[in-house]
Design a binder for this molecule. Sequence first.
Ligand code: SF4
Ligand code: SF4
Length: 431
Amino acid sequence: MAFFLNSIPVPLKKNTADKPSVRMTDVKTVMIPMLMHQGTPATPVVKMGDLVKVGTKIAQANGELSSPIYASVSGKVTKVCDYLTASGKYVPAIVITADGEMATEEGLTAPTVNSKDELLAAIRESGVVGLGGAGFPTHVKLNVDFENVETLIVNGTECEPYITSDNHVMNERAGDIEFALSAFKKHLGIKHIVIGVGNNKKTSIENMKELASRIEGAEVIALPSTYSHGSEEAIVFHATKKVLPQGKLPVDIGCVVCNVTTIAEIGKYLKTGMPFVERYVTVDGSCVKEPQCVIAPIGVSLEELFAFVGEFECDPERVVYGGPMMGITVPSLSAPVLKTTNSVLALSEKETKFPKETACIRCGRCTNNCPLGIAPAAIEKAYARKDVEELVALQVTACMECGSCAYLCPAHRPLVQTNKLAKALVKEANN
Ligand code: SF4
Ligand code: SF4
């Protein structure tokens, strides 16, 4: 698989970058799904009528590839309902009616950590999973032999338009990041830490350089802030000068990549014992009059979250979790903030209207600008023929769905959607 440091001229619209984040505490209810991570859903440990506080465990991890879940408000458990995940699976969700107090669970103390096993157990207990969007349990990702894996890469690139959550974390939570990285150095035996930050985040770069100067073997690199330099492939290349082969994980070439907010939340738990109950969410989009980066309780509805930042300027045509390039459309405003929600965008009709697609003019822009050198136009043809062999040869399964090809296509072909369908076809054929 080839790899090119391509980027595309997407307007970054970081409207909330220079405004301090605001914490949302006056919340009516939260609905917390039991699956906000990759793996097995957590098992509820509370029932209707139970009183909970911020930090009370409401669900325990079910197996190694799972994660515990904690109450994000104080109040009463009033309902257990079904929640439809983005993967089309129903899981239970616990509804807590808030009492407005935001009282915290008594007796939360920093965990005792004197070894690798204790550190990994603490990370598991913190409820932190990959907060860049993937939701992979972090205690599993970090359970590698750092004798053979040389580099931990901390991803603070955040190149999707609008999103500034990691930027705020780097500006406001450098102490937590340093605490976690120091614990990782001490107990995991990591030799080399590279913190990658988009070069449009000057204050974050300074903050990260300052903390890195106090951690042996840590350095900061500034990456291009253009889209899609925040991809795992790109940051691995920038940090190690190695190309991630198709079908391989960073660990196969000697590195582990963790999102910077993930690291900060682990640091907070290691310092205080307060598990992961709230997260930085960028609330923006062309329909939002006063965009803001909000520290929101997990489980709060998007309706309450948008109301918190003010009225809509116009009715949203589409609301998405994540950024406009890779985000997922939200079915309704009653959907909750999840562990992995770094951004919610309310987009207008103008911003979401897909121009009418026309015939491919073979301009080659899609292939020439794909960071992986994939040929989406050829994939479209192979998919139309349902030619699985050809789709495999065209390496469709490597597509990271960054959306760059579709963004640039002058014929407005739905290239990412076709790639997703083609990947599903290949997967089905292989089962
Ligand atoms: S969506 Fe896939 S094919 Fe299109 S540019 Fe991104 S990686 Fe390449
Ligand atoms: S960018 Fe669009 S029009 Fe150009 S080759 Fe690719 S699919 Fe065809």
